[in-house]
Write a protein of this length. Sequence first.
Length: 431
Amino acid sequence: MDEELTASERLGPYRPGKDGPWDYSAAAHLARRMTFGAPRGLVEKILVAGATGAPRLLLADREETPEMKAVADSRRGIGSTDSIQAWWAHRMLRGNSPARDKLALFWHDHFATSDAKVNDARLMMDQIRLFLREGAGQFPSLLEAMARDPAMLIWLDGNSNRRGKPNENFARELMELFTLGVGNYTEKDIKEAARAFTGWHVKRREFWFNTRAHDTGAKTIFGKTGNFNGEDVLGLCIEKSGSPEFIAGKLFDYYVGTPVSRELRETLGKLYVTSFRNTGAFLTRLLSSREFYSARARRAIMSSPADFAIGTLRTLGATAGADRLPAEMSRMGMDILRPPSVKGWQKGESWLNSSTLLARYRFANMLTSDAENSPRIPWDRIEKGKAEGLFNLFFPGGLDEKIRRLIEKEAGKNLKLMVTAIVELPEHQYI
């Protein structure tokens, strides 16, 4: 990719033939970033849809399959954290909307809420379903829904926010983590916004506006004074100049992962605004851009535990017990439904340390185990393609020839050993 391109040109549409090929490797790149892994059938559908049409295809709203509905009903009936974690893991692995699940995982990290404090897994399930349903739509609508979400209100002590004694937790995270980022607000803005949200409580596991606890006095936020309520504050945050850049920049980091200059961040903010703050429309443009398909963007993001575990299984066409997957991801550093703090998970190279790397190696070896509860890989289908097909499946853009020859030498004709070696490769830790 030409380094002299302007930010607008870098975010312009990718032109197959002029900017690079539209081939299996490019389609697999989109599959890894928008979903989990690059299963051959999905990659082939992406190839047919084209660089412009594929993101829209992947994000399309689809009705849950009967299987997923049955799993959801069963797990909700149990109602434990383990059961709801297993429901979502099963969706990510076997569902028909992996791009929606990948986006929901982004919002789960962005609006980080933990069942360790909420202590109600069904409310956590409702929150994830909100992300699945609204995550690709208008950000202002999603933000308002999250401000009223019972799990969020419990997590950030909404019931403690009362007239005369405001609790600042939600107002602070609203500005710092959800809409603006550090440096775009003052402590006074937070204190006044907290007053506007007084009375936003939870009663009988549902949102309840407690009028007796609400502060009806005038508040001054971002230099504007009025009898603001919670909805007003949400609007003020969204309309503040730094908000589009903040949201668009986080989405860019999650899906593209290349360095961001000041110019590029400003252009991303403008692109989000011209997409009418519709996340799906923004991603459709972002993930069909020159920058997304540039050489520097390929394999540029350290895989999260979900990308690594579920992506590997999906790429292989494997099946696995959903009850086991959340525990495996937790060992790798991602305990879904239980992010470590209001800031979510530390990402990038932070995913790897001595403990989590060993957990990834353990998972790689578990893939080829004959134990009863181990994943089931369709070895008969893999056998037809043998080593060549296996390398192309995981690395359609190519793998260093020295590494490839070493794996072939060590594994011989044993495809199980070859799968383990490939999954353990440093190159496979990136998507």
